[in-house]
Design a protein around this ligand. Structure first.
Ligand code: MG
Ligand code: ZN
Length: 219
């Protein structure tokens, strides 16, 4: 039987929507819009752009932001069952997210514990929310401006004898997908995989993910 290790994205993969965008829509002044456009148009790095957007928010909003996301964000169908499935089969499950600790951890709390949760961090000691990037790019990363560098994390955590599974939805998962043995993709990541001839399995919910992994485990 193959040994697997799973690296799963958070925003748009575990949650149905992108939480940073939800936060900005609800709480930020309109100045966030051109920054968002610049990130999407790849004219500004995710790392810089996300920091600039959060800099528009006063630290006093912290609790409101967390409650808002806990109330409003939808977790993709089958996620709880998927977490149990990985535990039952002893498959390490790492969450690798470009999200920020102060909302990622509370949102994941009732589903954990996980083998690890890697995300960006925040500092509420000033007037506006500051973003910290403790998981930066290693020297092998071709982007060098990731924020939370998923390929660097995979290189660090993937055992030499295990097959890596990357589950994701967007451009920020692409470099990770290039390294993966098995890619499970939805949305924009599918387009990118098609374009670059990276083989992938599509998913819309976590039962689909379980089915893909079942096949690989041969159960
Ligand atoms: Mg995502
Ligand atoms: Zn990187």
């Amino acid at each position: 039987m193959n040994k697997l290790v799973i690296f799963c994205d958070f925003d748009g993969t575990i949650t149905n929507q992108d939480n940073i965008i939800s936060i900005m829509k609800k709480f930020a002044p309109p100045e966030y819009l051109p920054i968002k456009e610049n990130i999407l148009g790849q004219r500004q790095s995710i790392r810089e752009g996300v920091a600039e957007m959060f800099d528009l928010l006063p630290v006093s909003l912290k609790d409101q932001i967390i409650s808002y996301l806990l109330e409003q964000a939808q977790i993709r169908d089958g996620f709880a069952e998927f977490v149990s499935y990985t535990k039952k089969h002893n498959i390490p499950l790492y969450i690798v997210s470009g999200g920020i600790d102060f909302f990622v951890h509370p949102m994941l709390e009732k589903f954990g514990p996980f083998s690890g949760v890697y995300c960006n961090e925040s500092d509420f000691s000033g007037e506006s929310i500051k973003i910290l990037y403790p998981h930066g790019c290693d020297e092998q990363c071709t982007s060098q401006s990731c924020g939370c560098c998923k390929p660097s994390i995979i290189r660090k955590l993937q055992g030499s004898d295990a097959l890596s599974v990357v589950i994701g939805d967007s451009i920020t998962d692409l470099e990770a997908a290039k390294l993966a043995d098995i890619v499970i993709a939805r949305d924009f990541l599918i387009e990118k995989c098609e374009e670059l001839h990276i083989s992938y399995e599509p998913f819309e919910n976590f039962q689909d993910v379980i089915n893909v992994i079942d096949k690989r485990l041969g159960v």
